[in-house]
Design a protein around this ligand. Structure first.
Ligand code: AHM
Ligand code: MG
Length: 362
């Protein structure tokens, strides 16, 4: 067999040579639903007098995250890898892509005309984009590049966002509006920059996933109505810290590994909350970031990380708590407040809280 024929045969064996059926979402005439269209349709069904401005706000997020995705894809080729040489308000090293992502979100959301306040994990204080609470009636809180220590090693990172309404009664201190309980979020979501780029969001009517189609530059509906399995067989935690976890967490981990409930649990930990949560949403199980000796109040931030992730988890049929309290019920007292975070399937969350209660009773 000639070299070219051999290659052609291999290609055929792999099924690469055969013309593929076109992927329906890219076919003219077939139904393609973009994230913005979907949210508009959803809102018109629920609130027929909707003005479309929420969809306009969301398009600020989709635009910024497409800009970030483009940089993440090319990270090794550009000068955006590595540290920016600064330490942020969290005491962590700022990566160059952190700076890029932060600026992209501030820019794309700041000029929407309906976002009044922007609060970023990277900035000490909220940015007031529009003073007038009538015009700038939304607050967007975000972690621009979650898991950024993973960028340099080509591992998934993400963007997390939470949207709230401004408190019209408090015009003197617009920044104070940001400290709202998670139950008051009107939307939350994330983008995971993984093997594909996916946007997952909720507006309180289920969780929906959209995959960025690079051919047309749009987030296309790919995972409508996502449901977290009621139980799973994976747990996700930085086990190197386990010796300093509270005793109920150590016992719970031990119980998971014992196989006592008939499930052989396996562990998966990426170290990017967005990616670890995305897997938990799809496969079930539990993610744990308990208090540790280094982070006695937990490491993850209530407003930027725990609240949006908790809203998504609950909307998908899962749960999220700090070990005792529902995350969404916690009253925030500080913009950069940290909390322990446990999130996952109902079954594993119930078992964890049982351990917490039993240990407390002693
Ligand atoms: P970041 O937002 O500054 O990137 O930090 C948060 C990240 C989460 O994505 C992840 O769950 C956690 O920190 C990992 O922490 P650790 O390295 O201690 O396991
Ligand atoms: Mg983060």
């Amino acid at each position: 067999m000639l070299k070219d024929e051999h290659s052609a045969a291999v290609v055929d064996d792999l099924g690469l040579g055969a013309p593929k059926p076109a992927v329906p979402p890219n076919e003219p005439g077939t139904q393609l639903i973009t994230a913005e269209q979907f949210i508009l349709q959803q809102r018109m069904a629920r609130f027929p007098t909707t003005s479309g401005e929420f969809s306009w706000l969301l398009s600020g997020i989709t635009l910024a995250t497409k800009m970030v995705a483009a940089q993440v894809r090319r990270a090794g080729l550009t000068s955006l890898l590595g540290s920016a040489g600064e330490i942020n308000v969290q005491g962590e090293t700022v990566q160059r892509l952190d700076v890029f992502a932060n600026q992209a979100l501030l820019h794309c959301l700041g000029n929407r005309g309906n976002v009044g306040v922007l609060a970023s994990e990277e900035n000490e204080q909220p940015v007031i984009a529009l003073q007038d609470p009538e015009g700038g009636k939304y607050i967007v809180v975000f972690d621009p590049l979650d898991g950024s220590s993973n960028i340099d090693v080509n591992v998934n990172v993400g963007t997390i966002f939470s949207i709230m309404r401004r408190d019209m009664s408090n015009t003197s201190d617009p920044g104070a509006d940001v400290l709202q309980q998670g139950t008051r979020q009107i939307a939350a979501g994330y983008v995971v920059y993984g093997s594909s780029t996916m946007l997952v969001y909720t507006t309180g009517d289920g969780v929906h996933g959209f995959t960025l189609d690079p051919a047309i530059g749009a987030y296309v509906l790919s995972h409508p109505n996502m449901q977290m399995p009621d139980r799973g067989n994976l747990y996700s935690t930085n086990e190197a810290n386990a010796d300093s976890y509270p005793e109920y967490c150590r016992r719970f981990l031990h119980w998971l590994k014992s196989g006592e409930d008939g499930t052989a649990y396996s562990s998966r930990y990426i170290g990017s909350l967005v990616a670890d949560f995305h897997r938990t949403l799809l496969k079930g199980g539990i993610f744990l970031y308990p208090p540790t000796s280094q982070y006695p109040k937990g490491k993850l931030r209530l407003l930027y990380e725990a609240n949006p992730i908790a809203m998504l988890a609950e909307q998908a049929g899962g749960r999220a708590s700090d070990g005792q309290n529902r995350i969404l019920d916690i009253e925030p007292t500080d913009l950069h407040q940290r909390v322990p975070l446990f999130v996952g399937s109902r079954y594993e969350m119930d078992r964890l809280e049982e351990f917490a209660r039993r240990m407390k009773m002693r």
